[in-house]
Ligand binder design. Structure first.
Ligand code: FES
Length: 68
């Protein structure tokens, strides 16, 4: 729940990774364009999840939704 409280709503887009200010739209775009499957790959491409790691569950959730 902590993570959800911390995310900022900006229009329809939200910040998933607060450390690197990575928006959900950037993560979704990277996954779709490059066919990413793991949280690590998303980190390599967007840098999301590479600092404190707290947003990695949210990234995993996005991956699960897009890659099911
Ligand atoms: S919030 Fe994403 S690495 Fe810290």
């Amino acid at each position: 729940m902590e993570l959800i409280r911390k995310t900022q709503k900006i229009g329809d887009d939200i910040v998933i990774c607060n450390c690197n200010e990575i928006y959900k739209s950037e993560i979704v775009k990277a996954i779709n364009e490059k066919g990413l499957i793991t949280v690590e790959e998303v980190g390599e491409v967007t840098s999301a999840g590479t600092v404190c790691g707290q947003c990695q569950d949210d990234i995993q959730e996005i991956l699960d939704k897009l890659n099911k």
